[in-house]
Design a protein around this ligand. Structure first.
Ligand SMILES: [Fe+2]
Length: 470
């Protein structure tokens, strides 16, 4: 079956479908029939609406859910700002817009107990959450679960989480999701959640997690149009999994943390936020197993544009131009004849941030100093890039006739692509390997190592050269 063979088995029930209208109740009869806000909801619950779009957004874009809960979210103390030093993603990043190509070694695990929220660091970004424009690119590294009586939500945008190492057991207001490496999830803006690090065979029973995130300040992810591909292919809608309602009715004091315009705040409340007994609607978290992606490619010649590998897209106002595409390079067959099979050299108006979840990527040198799992690269607007020298040489010299070849077995690279110019944070430019290493995480020799001494294959023709002059 085209599914990932996960080391950590699934433990939750889900409902399936992308963008479906979902209804789920943990207690029979908790969902009202035929109306959203009865005078007295069943079981003494409160009805609360959670909107992800303007009330008046067109039906095709409208996202909202009705929650039936024990105490509504408005019952909370005043929020206090957290100190910038204590909260890593909190400081408003001063982004630097640079024309160079960048590649990072894997970011180090934290040296002290750190949960998912404090373990997030912004690497790059564009736009402004206050204007609901643009996106942020983050990495996270955590070694402990969030405190049992703490929940977090982002006011800035929908968060796409791409785990690279260690599973995330995520409790949300709308239910639980187990998200393992080679799965992704999206937590919508405003949905409160708590990230636990389960012990997993993959991390030898240690509570460890590392991965990448894209926060979308603008709009929501959707499936890409399929055009001539037809009605199925790439990520199929039925493979997206949505949590079922699950709640807690214990009386407890909770700390609620939020990120608003890059800054962290916290407040307290005398009730759990995980008290939603039933909900229905279109605004909810979901997850997806990348192993289910139906890879489409050329079966004649030439490497197609990487847009063929798009899992999720967040469109801009301009048709066909994405604020954010999430693209993957999973195991696949290459069969093109008389073809340079890896990606070609290119310069794009789009900006490309890439990461590697496992294995080796077919257009880049693997191993230390190369493009390695947990590392990343950034090729910003119009930065030239492509295969490194050895990868080019190897693909150029594939013997004729070229044979079908499977690439990427045990591997998956991904790309966050955006139509915006990405600025890089000072942290990403200066991050060190922590207490144990002396080398910087940013690879200083990426460009010279990859393309500094590309051989010249050019042979000046003996038969003369056409003049451009009249
Ligand atoms: Fe590229």
């Amino acid at each position: 079956m085209p599914v990932t063979d996960f080391a950590l088995p699934e433990k939750y029930r889900y409902l399936n479908g992308f963008g479906s209208y979902i209804e789920t109740e943990a207690v029979e009869g908790a969902l009202p029939v035929g109306q959203n806000s009865p005078q007295k909801p069943a079981y003494g619950l409160y009805a609360e609406k959670l909107s992800g779009t303007a009330f008046t957004a067109p039906r095709s874009e409208n996202k909202q859910s009705w929650l039936y809960r024990i105490v509504p979210a408005c019952s909370v103390s005043q929020f206090s700002p957290e100190s910038e030093a204590a909260s890593s993603p909190a400081s408003s990043p001063t982004l630097r817009y640079l024309p160079d190509q960048f590649r990072w070694n894997p970011f180090a695990p934290p040296s002290k107990p750190t949960d998912f929220v404090d373990g997030m660091q912004q690497v790059a970004g564009a736009g402004d959450p206050t204007l609901k424009q643009g996106l942020g690119v983050f990495v996270y590294a955590a070694n402990k679960s969030m405190d049992a009586n703490t929940a977090f939500y982002s006011s800035d945008g929908d968060l796409l989480i791409v785990p690279q190492h260690g599973a995330l057991d995520i409790r949300t207001e709308l239910g639980w999701l187990l998200v393992r490496p080679l799965e992704i999830c999206v937590i919508p803006r405003g949905v409160r959640y708590q990230v636990h690090l389960p012990q997993s065979p993959e991390n030898h029973g240690q509570a460890e997690a590392r991965g990448y995130c894209l926060e979308l300040y603008q709009g929501h992810f959707q499936l890409p149009e399929l055009g001539p591909i037809g009605s199925n292919g790439l990520a199929n809608a039925r493979d997206f999994q949505v949590p079922v309602a699950a709640f807690d009715d214990a009386e407890a004091t909770y700390t609620i943390r939020t990120k608003m315009n890059h800054r962290l705040y916290h407040a307290t409340q005398d009730h759990t936020p995980f008290d939603v007994v039933a909900w229905h609607g279109t605004f909810y978290p979901y997850k997806y197993d990348l192993g289910r992606f139906n890879v489409i490619g050329s079966i004649s010649y030439d490497h197609p544009d990487p847009s063929i590998f798009t899992v999720l897209t967040a469109p801009s106002e301009h048709v066909g131009t994405a604020v954010a595409d999430f693209v993957i390079f999973p195991p696949r067959w290459l069969v093109g004849e008389n073809t340079f099979r890896p990606p070609w050299y290119h310069r794009n108006t789009m900006s490309e941030y890439m990461g590697l979840l496992a294995g080796a990527y077919d257009a880049k040198r693997a191993g230390a100093g190369g493009f390695v799992p947990g590392g990343a690269s950034l090729h910003n607007t119009m930065s030239g890039h492509g295969p490194d020298g050895p990868s080019y040489e190897g693909a150029r010299n594939e013997p004729q006739p070229q044979q079908p070849a499977k690439v990427g077995t045990g591997s998956c690279a991904f790309m966050f692509e955006t139509c915006l110019m990405l600025g890089v944070t000072p942290w990403a430019l200066e991050a060190k390997l922590g207490e144990t290493g002396s080398a910087t995480v940013l690879q200083q020799d990426y460009v010279t190592h990859s393309w500094g001494k590309l051989p010249r294959y050019w042979k000046r023709p003996e038969g003369g050269i056409k003049s451009h002059l009249l």
